[in-house]
Design a protein around this ligand. Sequence first.
Ligand SMILES: C[S@@+](CC[C@H](N)C(=O)[O-])C[C@H]1O[C@@H](n2cnc3c(N)ncnc32)[C@H](O)[C@@H]1O
Length: 282
Amino acid sequence: MLKIGQTYSQYSSFQERMWHRLADLSKAYFDNDSPYTKLIDLGCGNGARTLSCFEHFPSLHSITAIDSNPDMIREAREKNSHPDISYHHFDINCLEQFESEQFVSGQFDVLTSNWVLHWIKDKNTLFENIDQFSRSGSVMLLSSCERIPSILGDMDQVIRDYLKLDHPKPDHLKPGHLKPSRELPLYYLNAQEWCSMAESYGWSKCEVVTDIEHRCVKSDGSYIKEWYAASAGKAFYDVPFEQFDVSFIKELTQYIHARYADVKGQNWVFTEESALMVFKKQ
Ligand SMILES: C[S@@+](CC[C@H](N)C(=O)[O-])C[C@H]1O[C@@H](n2cnc3c(N)ncnc32)[C@H](O)[C@@H]1O
């Protein structure tokens, strides 16, 4: 039976595209002579993007990577290991308790987090903790979704009914920028809100790109696998994907197609809105 980490390795081409665009966006800040040698990757997943940092940013000497899903960390250690990367099973929400060899010996020059931070509710604490890990001149590379597509909420309802699970109740809107999605406990900011928040914690905006990608839900159910593998599976349901009958996946796909057909005249297309951002600490 495939674990989430293994499924994620097969179904993360979207996150891969996001990451390579983000890395390209930050190229100007890195060359062989750049002073950036230590990187921390927050929410490293299967480690594929983490490992590629050595290619993108040749000045790096060491990488520390954390993820709250033990299956992802297992996959990262098995498939994307490197003598200068240490993978840790750790939750970003407890960042203030994180210690590693690299952390003890100095702060991080580069912080990356690709397609993760919409999972983190308390962004103020996140930024306060990030302060501990960064120094003046550090760079931070973030990608996050700007809006949770409503298709995910619809799928979640059907999956929960099938698994006979309770439906999540997102918290009420809190003061500040945080917007939980209508149905899911995912918390997103738009690029402008990210920038003002980062600025209030002493990070200057260097590069910001927003994007809307049109995505398809193919009849083979691969999108559902992708959404499930991208972390929702473990976080929301805690059951392996294989527990779903093929007939249920077919039914879910048909439901999605019926609901999302003919958006902009193209069958089964919805949009994914993303923000890619590079900041520098003052
Ligand atoms: C869509 S994946 C992105 C993984 C990786 N950054 C990439 O580009 O492929 C989101 C990851 O965030 C991790 N994650 C979600 N909430 C987290 C938390 N509170 N602490 C650490 N990792 C978290 C998930 O386990 C998952 O591996």
